[in-house]
Ligand binder design. Structure first.
Ligand code: ZN
Length: 470
């Protein structure tokens, strides 16, 4: 009973195991068990040159159709490197194994350069381009991460007030940069005063503008646009400021100031005049006059020192006609004779000075009586010279140096006494006399110390005419 009961259970047990094994075999076979490696991300991907490439990796799966999650995922190992510092294609192999299964996958990583070069523009502070001018390059640098310095390959062009820079690297990536050109004209016109920035104007004399120029780097000649402002009263002594201003088309303004000093009202005006020269004393006289900066008037004769006439004019003195011969009987014989003599002397003056004189002094003065051998000749001549465009000058102060005295002290005294009595003095002296030249320095000092103004005669001056007595 015990044996019989024991044999039956044993048979069922074996049969059950056989059936279970058969079922597992069927399930395994029908489930197509497999090991798979799956990439994370794309199978073909790119990496940027020079940048770190992160491998997204891969994962493995083991399972079958009917029992997918029976076993944990086996580990995946990878092989192959990606060098992002060298362009090209790289393979990364992923593999896994489990039991007698093994699987793999491959990823292609393409190292590429899609980064354009960088253009750096340099700028100098305060730099500018004149309107209409060509921009002067301040400098630039083109750098590519792969190709390095591409500065030499930069193409630049200037248009519509901009500079455009372009450069392309070996991989065909193009960079572009532009610079706005700063147009400016900070340079003001140059205002130049003719005659200097300080002028001394003798009291009472009208101011004549000596002129000015204004030149601009962009606009050229702006002289016509200069404005002059400032009041000036020639009859009120003092310093006056004249303001000259001009502006260019970029509003750069220039201003210069001229100071005009109107001298104090003089005690009087003195015209020192010298007849009957040049002589051997005249050069000494010129030296003394030059020492004091005083200008006088010479009524000249043809006595053998004609070259000195040129020196007189060159030094700024006035030159007038006295006579070629100074021979009363010859020159006052007729009007024709007088004018022949005058013309002869004026030709000499012209030769020495380059211009004819229009001021004259009659030998003996217009009031002379020595010409009475020809009645009325002075009446006729005083009219005739004016008709011919001359002005004749007599005097209201005489030094008496041509007969009255040969003493320099007396010459000095006569002159200063005469000057003291007149507001405007025309003083008769002779540079043919040594005592006159000896007296002249003291006369000049006295005039200057006492506030007299010493001037040269011209055609429009007070002429101190005498009464004609023939
Ligand atoms: Zn004379």
């Amino acid at each position: 009973m015990t044996e019989k009961r024991g044999r039956h259970p044993h048979g069922w047990y074996i049969l059950s195991i056989i059936l279970i094994l058969a079922a597992v075999l069927v399930i395994f076979t029908l489930s197509r068990w497999e090991l798979r490696v799956t990439l994370r991300g794309e199978a073909v991907t790119t990496a940027e040159y020079g940048e770190i490439w992160q491998d997204p990796g891969a994962e493995a799966h083991f399972g079958g159709a009917h029992v997918p999650k029976l076993f944990p995922a086996p580990p995946v190992s990878s092989r192959g490197t990606v060098n992002t510092l060298a362009l090209g294609d790289y393979q990364v192999q992923y593999s896994a194994s489990f039991l007698w299964f093994s699987a793999g996958a491959t990823r292609t990583v393409r190292v590429v350069d899609t980064t354009p070069p960088e253009i750096t523009l340099y700028a100098s502070p305060g730099s500018y381009t004149l309107p209409g001018g060509v921009y002067e390059e301040e400098g630039y640098l083109a750098w590519d991460s792969l190709d390095g310095d591409l500065t030499d390959r930069v193409e630049r062009r200037e248009e519509n007030g901009k500079v455009i820079y372009r450069v392309t690297d070996a991989a065909g990536n193009t960079a572009r940069a532009e610079r706005q050109i700063v147009y400016d004209d900070p340079i003001p016109p140059i205002l130049t005063l003719l005659g200097g920035d300080h002028i001394t104007l003798p009291y009472g004399e009208a101011y004549t503008e000596p002129g000015y120029t204004a030149m601009d780097n962009m606009d050229g000649d702006l002289t016509a646009f200069v404005t002059v402002a400032g009041a000036l009263y020639p009859n009120v002594a003092g310093d006056y400021e004249l303001h000259y201003t001009v502006e260019d088309s970029w509003h750069n303004r220039s201003e210069v100031i001229r100071t005009v000093t109107v001298t104090p009202k003089p005690a009087g005006v003195v015209y020192l005049t010298f007849d009957d020269g040049p002589s051997k004393y005249t050069q000494d006289l010129l030296d003394i006059l030059d020492k004091y900066g005083v200008k006088v008037t010479f009524f000249v004769v043809n006595y053998g020192y004609n070259d000195v006439i040129g020196k007189e004019a060159a030094a700024g003195h006035a030159v007038g006609v006295h006579s070629a011969t100074h021979d009363y009987h010859e020159i006052y014989a007729s009007e024709e004779a007088y004018f022949d003599d005058l013309q002869k002397m004026n030709d000499i003056i012209y030769k020495q000075t380059g211009k004819y004189a229009d001021i004259i002094r009659f030998p003996g003065g217009s009031s002379n009586t020595i010409s009475k051998f020809n009645p009325g000749i002075m009446t006729r001549l005083t009219q005739a010279v004016v008709d011919r465009g001359y002005q004749y000058f007599d005097w209201n102060v005489s030094s008496e140096d041509a007969g009255g005295t040969t003493d320099p002290d007396e010459v000095y005294q006569n002159v200063i006494d005469g000057i003291s009595r007149h507001e405007t003095s025309v003083v008769l002296m002779h540079d043919s006399k040594s005592h006159t030249v000896e007296a002249i320095e003291r006369i000049l000092i006295w005039c200057l110390d006492n506030g007299y103004e010493l001037r040269t005669l011209n055609k429009d001056c007070y002429a101190a005419h005498h009464g004609v007595s023939n």
